[in-house]
Design a protein around this ligand. Structure first.
Ligand code: DPM
Length: 377
């Protein structure tokens, strides 16, 4: 096995991405003081396309593609992601080598300064709430049908600026984990519980992607693989994969491990939130999560579940149970009216993607025409 003294780490350039990358590097440095880590940062398509909602761009690996190409070319050894931004199917040859212990998976409300200290319940009818997540808008429309939900895009810094300066939004909804990582916990006025807004699959968890044929990096990452987080994220991602969800439809989750039992709740909603279906599936987990057998590593790399590695920390047998819970929950929903709700939501987003493309084309034509005119003068 190749040993290294310098490990190259790919990251997006946004402040949140760099904070997350450095936090994973710091955990690894403490355990491996002899290693040096070099960060190579780059822009991704998701960072460049700031004017459209994620769900309207119609691509799955918006925030990850450029980084994955760098991994494939061996320009970097691993890449740190928010797991919720990673598609449920990874490119051939790549693998989630570890998931760090999950932070809060819940969503939080950030108020416009003029509403500081208030709760959503106290905002007047017609208030504009900023979110570009279909999942948040659908669920919150059920509880707060008297609000307007409008898109807000850009990285977290941009969104804060838009909230504070545009005087358009009464509040915005963001992941609590991201707010803590950015050092803005004092802007949180309310954390949304599961009865108000279930979270996105894998929200709050950081994952590290690497090549499946790189035992040095896989060994390094296994040191910070968190078994309970991994079990939950395998169940949630298996659920989403079977529903073919992603950013394009309002699918939400709530997962817990209590008294040796794994329980996953999943929700599927119409875009406007008027229809919805929620189900729960549970299974007992083994007493020990550890792999007792020496894992068999095939030429295709170690066993994976929805892209997540099974290793000595959390066994294949344990992850098979987690996967069964996720798949079982998806099947239960697909046997109900959720199947129709999901199909309609997908059709609606597909139509929105086409409309967005046409809007962009028209804009390009207009700009082109303006150029011709100004050149002619
Ligand atoms: C994805 C969604 C969002 C991000 C969709 C969803 C939020 C949507 C938006 C897939 N990725 O959650 O329904 O407002 O554009 C994202 C954030 C984090 C990871 C920021 C956030 C940080 C927290 C974490 C954007 N991805 O959701 O406020 O580790 O989960």
């Amino acid at each position: 096995m190749e040993t290294k003294t310098v490990v190259k780490v790919g990251s997006r350039k946004s402040q949140l991405a760099l904070i997350q990358t450095n936090s994973i590097i710091n955990h690894l440095k403490k355990l491996n003081p002899n290693l040096t880590f070099e960060v190579i940062s780059m822009q991704t398509t998701g960072d460049k396309v700031l004017d459209a909602a994620l769900s309207k761009i119609g691509e799955k690996n918006l925030f990850t593609r450029e980084l994955e190409i760098a991994l494939e070319k061996k320009e970097v050894d691993f890449v740190v992601h928010s797991l919720k931004d990673l598609p449920t199917a990874l490119p051939e040859g790549l693998l989630i080598g570890c998931i760090y212990k999950r932070d809060s998976p819940y969503d939080a409300v950030v108020m416009h300064p003029s509403n500081a200290g208030k709760k959503l319940e106290e905002l007047p009818e017609g208030s504009v709430i900023g979110t570009s997540s279909l999942r948040r808008a659908a669920q919150l429309s059920r509880k707060f049908p008297h609000f307007k939900f409008e898109n807000i895009r850009g990285n977290l810094n941009t969104r804060f600026r838009k909230l504070d300066e545009d005087n358009k939004y009464s509040a915005i909804i963001l992941a609590e984990a991201g707010l803590h990582r950015m050092g803005w916990p004092d802007r949180i006025s309310q954390v949304l519980d599961k009865d108000t807004c279930m979270y996105a699959v894998s929200q709050g968890a950081m994952a590290v992607e690497c090549r499946n044929n790189d035992p040095f990096t896989l060994g390094l990452l296994s040191q910070i693989h968190d078994p309970e987080t991994v079990i939950q994220c395998v169940a949630e991602r298996a659920f989403l994969k079977k529903l073919e969800g992603g950013c394009s439809v309002p699918v939400s989750a709530f997962c817990e491990i209590k008294n040796g039992k794994l329980s996953l709740t999943g929700g599927v909603f119409s875009i406007d939130g008027t229809r919805g279906r929620i189900e729960t599936v549970s299974e007992n987990l083994p007493d020990s999560y550890e792999e007792k057998e020496k894992p068999v590593i095939s030429p295709n790399g170690p066993r994976e579940f929805a892209g997540i590695v099974g290793n000595e920390k959390v066994s294949v047998a344990t992850l098979e149970i987690a996967q069964k819970v996720g798949l079982g929950l998806a099947q239960l929903l697909l046997n109900s009216e959720a199947k129709d709700i999901l199909a309609n939501a997908k059709a609606e987003t597909a139509a929105a993607i086409i409309a967005e493309k046409q809007r962009k084309e028209a804009e390009k034509m207009r700009n082109g025409a303006e150029k011709v005119t100004s050149n002619g003068h």
